[in-house]
Ligand binder design. Structure first.
Ligand code: MN
Length: 297
């Protein structure tokens, strides 16, 4: 069956037909999905009742899994219910019970409801994230995506010139601080040392520019913190207007892939007394954003 795409939003995102994510893909199928990602940035694969091993195998068609040996404190906790390579974005503890509202891991998870790009706080941020919906709550829990290429394109010329060479500092400390979760350990503070990221990224295949925003961004080099935070907030409000946002309502066994280089996303509220079991695999990025921009100049 040939691969086909049905666009879900005026700017981006598409639903894919003709792919069984449980089976090995042909080179042609991998190329079609990669081309779809370059164009749509978010792809939804419906009815993919996959195991963790099948999700890992599917992910590896598109590159290397993200694997950070250091800073693994939180990663280990996210992984503890699941095997290696699988990140647990459920509200379940390692024994499969709904976690306490006072659990620190829950506080970390709540931060994912702020707009962000996965691993923007890592020296080499993530390429694709692949999220499989296994058990979903009866209300809420959409994932929203914002097209940061369309958001960049819509900036006025003066703002485009202003952001072109800016470098932001990203850290989990900034995004957790934004929800009032400041009770971090010395080890966490050391693990979450801010990293530098370009504010404007250029896609390596399409050459399209996009805003690399994230709630993990808390400073701009050469700017005062208040000025930087206000500008980042303004840019985020601009970039997350409805015209740039696709809101995904999950059906069981949807597999959704997004490109963290060109989109932001956020989780939405749900009843925490209901189970939400969603599992993520993550593809490593291949460039430091500072160097990528230099290479593209
Ligand atoms: Mn995320």
């Amino acid at each position: 069956m040939p691969v086909s795409f049905r666009q879900l939003h005026a700017a981006f995102a598409a639903e894919v037909a003709g792919i069984d994510c449980r089976s090995a893909l042909s080179e042609g199928e991998v190329a079609a999905i990669e081309a779809g990602m370059d164009h749509y940035a978010v792809l939804v694969f419906p009815d993919q009742d996959i195991t963790d091993q099948q999700q890992l195998a599917f992910t590896r068609h598109f590159g290397e899994l993200e694997n950070y040996a250091s800073g693994g404190h939180i990663r280990k906790r996210l992984d503890s219910r699941l095997g290696a390579g699988m990140a647990d974005f459920s509200n379940l503890d390692k024994d499969g019970r709904i976690m306490s509202a006072e659990d620190r891991v829950w506080f970390f998870k709540l931060g994912d409801r702020l707009w962000h790009s996965d691993s923007s706080f890592r020296p080499v941020p993530a390429k694709y994230s692949l999220l499989s919906g296994r058990v979903l709550p009866t209300w809420g829990a959409n994932t929203e995506f914002a097209d940061m290429r369309a958001a960049y394109d819509a900036l006025d010329a003066r703002t485009k010139a202003e952001v072109e060479d800016l470098v932001c500092l990203h850290s989990l400390i900034y995004s957790r601080e934004a929800i009032g979760f400041t009770d971090l350990t010395e080890q966490e503070i050391a693990d979450f040392r801010p990293v530098r990221q370009r504010l404007v990224r250029t896609h390596p295949v399409t050459g399209r520019k996009s805003l690399f925003l994230s709630s993990h961004a808390g400073a701009i080099e050469g700017w005062t913190v208040p000025e930087a935070r206000m500008f980042l907030r303004d840019l985020t409000e601009h970039a997350t207007q409805r015209e740039f946002v696709y809101s995904h309502a999950w059906r069981p066994f949807d597999l959704v892939i997004w490109d963290n280089r060109t989109t932001m996303h956020r989780a939405r509220r749900f009843d925490r007394n209901e189970v939400r079991d969603v599992r993520r695999t993550t593809l490593a990025g291949d460039v430091i954003t500072i160097e990528q921009a230099t290479a593209a100049d």
